[in-house]
Design a protein around this ligand. Sequence first.
Ligand SMILES: *[C@@H]1O[C@H](CO)[C@@H](O)[C@H](O)[C@H]1NC(C)=O
Length: 362
Amino acid sequence: MGLSPVIVLLVLPSIFAFSCKDQNNKDVDWFAVYKMPIEKDNTVIDIAQGLAFYYLDVNDPSQLRPSAQPLNSTNQAIANTLNQFYAVKDDKTIFHVMFNDEPYGTVSMSSQMANRVDSRIYRPELAAVQFGHTKGTLFFDGQTGVWLVHSVPKFPPPDHYQYPDSGTDYGQTMLCMTFTYAQLKDIGTQLFYNHPDIYSSNLPTSMASANPDLANLIAGKFQSGANSHSSITLTTKGGQQFKSFAKTADFNDDLYQKLLAPSLRTPFIVESWRRGSEVPLTCGDPFPVNDALTIKVGESLEFKYTKDHSKLARSALKTSPYVCIGDINRMTSQYVRGGGTTCISNDKMWNAFNVITTQNQC
Ligand SMILES: *[C@@H]1O[C@H](CO)[C@@H](O)[C@H](O)[C@H]1NC(C)=O
């Protein structure tokens, strides 16, 4: 008896043409999101519930547009994108990894410190500090895949789309990029430096040898020692370059001042979670980094940085129009955490992300 053709088919890797999906569930090369903190201004649907967001993508990069659907809807770009994975999550020929320094399913300090208005403020610093301060989801078949960079605690669930209560109060940022499979190796290297806290993963055996850093990472290893940072240019399926910056715990300094700004040779303003010991401003530096104090997105009310959990870095000069979305804060506590950011140079998007209205400075 010959080998059944059915069995041969079963061992072939599946092809799903994974892509970031836009607000209408159409393939899109990349998109970015500014999720709003709770505001009572009715400018975007469910902004009072902390479920509102603004959206921008490669096809319309000159404006952050209010989303007609809130984050708890399954009919918007983030859910559309993740739902491709959830629909086939049990297919063992698909690679995926989900990581978060506040992993899905963990109990936060906030629920233990009942009725304190600021009960969540110090929560990120109390998270498992041996891991990087890094959040994201990747899923790939053997041809294409998606990298979603984000700042939302306990997101996303491993098996279904849901926007968590832990992500409603504050502002958040997200960046989705579509890549060909060949780029996964380099993304894996960046993750190997960042040392993420992984709460769901599958690396098919057939993909392991081509992606050694991912294989090692999923086996619990990570970069350490003198070689403490990695900068890689990634190219999306549609041909857009993104510069990815990653650091390890051994870097022992601020990602933005000591890696991002000098690498791109331009000053930056960073909006991140700042509580406790802040990174001192380095006034004499040729490429100084300041911190955002207030933010205003679209028609929505301006808000203070204390209402924002985003990890956004925007270059200060239009001659080098970078927008970076990542997962580590600019705070001294983050010196000894892995983490990174991913940057695009695009003057339209840079204009659209002109959201930082005041900043500290020397
Ligand atoms: C989303 O949340 C809002 C506010 O709590 C609620 O009114 C709405 O029904 C929810 N939508 C979905 C699709 O769950």
